[in-house]
Design a protein around this ligand. Structure first.
Ligand SMILES: Cc1cc2nc3c(=O)[nH]c(=O)nc-3n(C[C@H](O)[C@H](O)[C@H](O)COP(=O)(O)OP(=O)(O)OC[C@H]3O[C@@H](n4cnc5c(N)ncnc54)[C@H](O)[C@@H]3O)c2cc1C
Length: 399
C-alpha cells in the first residue's frame, strides 16, 4: 500500500481496527534485511515526499519521511551544507533509500567517528502510532525542551514501534576540502597508528579498518588497511595533519582526493560502473552487522572467522559490516557465522545477520539480547496488538 499524506492516518486507523499486521516501509530498498518478517503488509512512505522547510541560517531541515536521502543532500549542497551520514551500504545497487528508513534503521557508518550517529543529527520527528494517533517528539530547533526522548527510541526501531511521517534534522557545513589516506601494514603497526590518532587532537572524518579481503577486492594489496578521511577549511591544515601522521608511523601514507576515495569505496563494495555483470553486481550472500570493543578490532581482524570476508570496522566505535565476496550461497557456512558471532561476543560485542543465503539453515538474525524483556515491554506499550513488523524484534512473543 502506498497512501498519500491525506490517506495515511485513516489507513493506519483502519488497519488497527481490523488488527491487520503491517510494516512501515520507506522506499522498500532493504525491507527484507534483518530478522524475517512474518506475513504482513508493507505501508510505503514513497508518497510522503519532499522538503518541508530548510533553514540554512539555523542549520536545520524538515523533510517528509519518504524523501530520498540523495534528494535531501542535493537540496542542501547549493547551500554548502549536508546531512553528515554515509551513503548507506549498497546504495549504488539498491538506492540510498529514504530519510525515514535511514532513521528507522539507525545506522550511520564511518562518518560517525567525527559527526556522531544519525540519532545525534535528529532534532525532532512526527509519527503515527499503531492505532493511528499522531504524535510529535523533539522539536524543530537544535535546543529542545527536556522530556522522554521518544525520537531516539525511534532511531533503530526497524518499523516496529510506529510510522515516522516527518523528521527535523541538523545540517552541517560541507567541509571545503577533503582528503583520504590509505595505510597498509601489519595489524600491530596499524593498531599503533589508530590508537595514536584516536587519542590525538586531530579529528578525522572517518578512521576505518578494512580486512585484507576487502583491500584485495578494491584492487589493493591483500593486507589490512586503515582508511583515514580528513576534512578541513585549508589544504595547509590537511598537509599538517598528514605530516603529523607520517611522523608517527614508518608505513607509507597513500593520498587520495575525494573523488578517488569515493570510487575506491564503491569498487571495494562491488558497486562501481566498471564492474562487470558477474559476481561484483550480485548481492552478497551474507551481510553481517557486527561490533567489538574498539581496542579489540585488530584481534577480530586477525581471526580465521573474518579471513574470508570483506569487512569494514570503524576504529573509534568498533562497529561495522562484513559480507561474503563470493556470489551465490558463498563459501561461508552458517556454522562459520555462528563462530564469528561467538568471537564478537568474546571481544565485547555482538553480531546481527542482515542477509543470509535463502535455504541456509536460517541463523537467528539477533544473538542473545539481554534487553529482551525491556524490548518486549516497550513494544507492547507502543503496539499493544503486536501488529507492526511482526518477527523483527528479538524477544517479542507473537500476539
Ligand atoms: C553506512 C550505512 C550502512 C547501512 N547499512 C545497512 C544495512 O546493512 N542494512 C540495512 O537494512 N540498512 C542499512 N543502512 C540503513 C539504510 O540506509 C536504510 O535501511 C535505507 O536507507 C532505508 O531505505 P528505504 O527507505 O528503502 O527503507 P526500507 O528498506 O523500506 O525500510 C528499512 C527499515 O526502516 C523501516 N522504515 C522505513 N521507513 C519507515 C518509516 N517512515 N517509519 C518507520 N519505520 C520505517 C522499515 O520498517 C525497515 O525496517 C545503512 C545506513 C548507513 C548510513
Amino acid at each position: 500500500m502506498s497512501p498519500d499524506a491525506n490517506e495515511l492516518q485513516e489507513l493506519v486507523r483502519e488497519l488497527h481496527r481490523q488488527g491487520t499486521a503491517w510494516v512501515p516501509s520507506g522506499l522498500g530498498s532493504r525491507l527484507d534485511w534483518g530478522a524475517p518478517l512474518r506475513d504482513c503488509t508493507p505501508v510505503s512512505c514513497a508518497r510522503l515526499r519532499g522538503i518541508v522547510e530548510h533553514n540554512p541560517g539555523d542549520f536545520t531541515i524538515s523533510v517528509r519521511a519518504g524523501t530520498p536521502l540523495l534528494e535531501v543532500q542535493a537540496a542542501l549542497a547549493p547551500h554548502r551544507q549536508w546531512l553528515a551520514v554515509d551513503q548507506p551500504w549498497g546504495s549504488r545497487r539498491l538506492g540510498a533509500g529514504s530519510v525515514g528508513g535511514l532513521v528507522a534503521r539507525g545506522l550511520a557508518g564511518g562518518y560517525r567517528q567525527r559527526y556522531l550517529g544519525i540519532r545525534d543529527q535528529l532534532i525532532g520527528l512526527s509519527l503515527l502510532r499503531a492505532d493511528g494517533t499522531a504524535a510529535k517528539a523533539g522539536g524543530r530547533v537544535v535546543k529542545n525542551v527536556a522530556g522522554y526522548d521518544l525520537m531516539r527510541l525511534f532511531c533503530g526501531s526497524w518499523g516496529s514501534l510506529g510510522l515516522i511521517t516527518e523528521l527535523n534534522l541538523r545540517t552541517l557545513p560541507l567541509p571545503p576540502i577533503r582528503r583520504g589516506l590509505l595505510v597498509q601494514g601489519s595489524l600491530n603497526e596499524l593498531g599503533s597508528l589508530s590508537q595514536w590518532l584516536l587519542g590525538s587532537s586531530l579529528s578525522p572524518e572517518r578512521l576505518d579498518w578494512w580486512s585484507a579481503p576487502l583491500a584485495a577486492a578494491a584492487g589493493l594489496e591483500a593486507a589490512p588497511l586503515l582508511l583515514i578521511a580528513l576534512a578541513s577549511i585549508s589544504a595547509a591544515s590537511l598537509d599538517q595533519q598528514q605530516a603529523a601522521m607520517a611522523a608517527q608511523t614508518p608505513l607509507p601514507l597513500r593520498r587520495l582526493e575525494t573523488e578517488a576515495l569515493d570510487h575506491l569505496l564503491a569498487h571495494a563494495r562491488g558497486e562501481d560502473s566498471s564492474a562487470g555483470d558477474g559476481e561484483a553486481r550480485t548481492e552478497p550472500a551474507w551481510l553481517l552487522r557486527l561490533g567489538v570493543s574498539p581496542d579489540q578490532v585488530p584481534e577480530a581482524l586477525a581471526s580465521p572467522e573474518l579471513q574470508g570476508l570483506a569487512s569494514e570496522l570503524a576504529a573509534g566505535s568498533g562497529l561495522g559490516l562484513a559480507w561474503s565476496l563470493a556470489a551465490g550461497s558463498g563459501d561461508l557456512e552458517p556454522e562459520g557465522v555462528q563462530r564469528l558471532r561467538q568471537l564478537c561476543q568474546r571481544l565485547g560485542g555482538w553480531l546481527t545477520v542482515l542477509r543470509q543465503p535463502p535455504g541456509s539453515s536460517a541463523l537467528p538474525a539477533w544473538g542473545d539480547a539481554p534487553a529482551r524483556l525491556m524490548i518486549e515491554r516497550v513494544k507492547r506499550q507502543f503496539d499493544p496488538k503486536l501488529q507492526l513488523a511482526p518477527g523483527r524484534l528479538p524477544g517479542v512473543a507473537s500476539a
